[in-house]
Design a protein around this ligand. Structure first.
Ligand code: NAI
Length: 461
């Protein structure tokens, strides 16, 4: 059997690439070894974690804000099994949706794990397929940490954290990054005592420092404890209990903590096992990623790679954009991704979202900039909805007023950020945004006010 294009992996990078290539007239197959399509994101990542975040946020609202609005009565009880069932339903609906889209677009799903015996050849089980072009979109897996013995029951990665048999009384999270704080929030809302142990002296590295400080304070108010500047040495499990030992970097002192469950969330690494890249002579980067050029081509003729297996942020939407771009390139069009405008979102409450430059990166580059900030406390809608925590911060060029970056901590920050992404794609100035009429009362008025604050000042500050 031969194809114009075989995509390896049906996560957001791979399935989007396959669908777009089929829409552009190529004969396409996608190889996926899981029982369902959608990759890490739909099966054990973004989607299931968002289901648990949604359910536990509702619980938090019921426990903390209902009474103030005159909603009284028995507080809801948590049926953990049922909550996990809801999460599984959500996964099922989403993965089936991709199956439907494959059929609709005539993308063949080759079930099994692929290897690449030679350029232009893809082997799955006993069958070898010919492909004019091959795109590797095989994603990533949790990075191991020396001394931490993951068993996916007591010491878990994000995968095990979505399937715990019961809600832990005490949870230790290793790593104050996106996974650690999202899953830490889920279990804190469910009543677990959550301690986050982080190597650096701050949380969410790479994000705006002011947002990170504010975020840590708000998560602290929700009961999450942080131990910063602490290098985890080991985590071991015996009889369903775990012990974590760590060294404080400031004085080298050693400490231990006990818990029912430990979540290892110290990053992910490309997943290329079994593809046979070594034998094929595929060039890799020093960090174990597949090396590609600007058109996602590897050093092997006809072989391309996108998403978590190549460099750049490990984000589903970055992979999707690369999937579309490479499909367009392979169909003879000019596919392109603007890496300067890739938003990042943390789906806690409040949410954290960012795009473009931070104050830290601008200072490092020696670029003159101005800051327009607006607190959600000054936003009528947020005040009505118990959502006044947080702020919008827009960074604009000091001389030209062009928007260079934006950072939001607050209600639905992950949705609000896209107004700024579109503005940045169009090279807008803060004044362009400030002069755009925003409906009242909406959270997005806070974005406009921050844009106004880059000029003559916000109105409601
Ligand atoms: P991460 O890179 O976001 O954070 C890992 C954290 O662990 C860092 O703060 C790091 O300093 C810390 N760390 C490393 N070694 C340590 C040690 N020995 N002791 C204590 N702390 C240590 O990685 P994370 O959270 O595992 O996420 C992996 C990837 O998945 C990221 O690229 C992330 O962007 C992506 N992801 C994105 C989501 C989203 O967009 N909402 C959700 C979940 C994951």
């Amino acid at each position: 059997m031969s194809y114009d294009l075989i995509v390896i992996g049906a996560g957001p990078g791979g399935y989007v690439c396959a669908i777009r290539a089929a829409q552009l007239g190529l004969k396409v197959a996608c190889v996926e070894g899981r029982d369902t399509l959608g990759g890490t994101c739909l099966n054990v990542g973004c989607i299931p974690s968002k289901a648990l975040l949604h359910a536990t946020h509702q619980l938090h609202e019921a426990e903390h804000n209902f009474e103030a609005m005159g909603l009284t009565g028995a507080k809801p009880k948590v049926d953990w099994k049922k909550m996990l069932g809801y999460k599984s339903d959500v996964i099922g609906q989403n993965t089936k949706g991709i199956e439907f889209l494959f059929k609709k677009n005539k993308v063949d799903w080759i079930k099994g794990w692929a290897s690449l015996p030679a350029p232009g050849k893809v082997q799955v089980g006993d069958t070898t397929y010919d492909a004019k072009k091959i795109v590797i979109a095989s994603g990533s897996q949790s990075s191991p940490l020396n001394g931490v013995e993951v068993d996916e029951k007591t010491i878990v990665t994000s995968t095990g954290a979505l399937e715990l048999v019961k809600i832990p009384k005490k949870l230790i999270v290793i790593g104050a990054g996106v996974i650690g704080l999202e899953m830490g929030s889920v279990y804190a809302r469910l009543g677990a005592e959550v301690t986050v142990v982080e190597y650096l002296d701050r949380i969410i590295p790479g994000n705006d420092g002011e947002v990170a400080k504010s975020f840590q304070r708000l998560l602290g108010k929700q009961g999450i404890t942080f131990i910063l500047g602490a290098a985890v040495q080991s985590a071991t499990a015996t009889k369903g209990k775990a012990t974590v030992s760590y060294k404080l970097r400031k004085d080298d002192s050693e400490h231990t903590l006990d818990a029912d469950t430990v979540l290892l969330a110290t990053g992910r690494r490309p997943f290329v096992d079994g593809l046979g890249l070594d034998a094929l002579g595929v060039k890799m980067t020093e960090r174990g990623q597949i090396a590609t050029d600007k058109h996602y081509a590897t050093n092997v003729e006809g072989l391309y790679a996108i998403g978590d297996v190549i460099e750049g942020p490990m984000l589903a939407h970055k992979a999707e954009d690369e999937g579309m771009a490479v499909a367009e390139i392979l169909a003879g069009q000019a596919g392109h991704v603007n890496y300067g405008v890739i938003p990042g979102v943390i789906y806690t409450w409040p949410e954290v979202a960012s795009v473009g430059e931070t104050e830290e990166t601008l200072k490092e580059a020696g670029r003159a900039y101005k800051v327009g900030k607006f607190s959600f406390m000054g936003n009528g809608r947020a005040k009505a909805n118990f959502a006044g925590d947080g702020f919008v911060k827009i960074l604009a060029d000091k001389h030209t007023d062009r928007i260079l970056g934006a950072h939001i901590i607050g209600p639905y920050a992950g949705d609000l950020i896209h107004e700024l992404c579109v503005a940045m794609e169009f090279g807008a100035s803060a004044e362009d945004l400030a002069r755009t009429c925003h409906a009242h009362p909406t959270y997005s008025e806070a974005v406009r006010e921050a844009a106004l604050a880059c000029g003559d000042g916000a109105i409601h500050a």
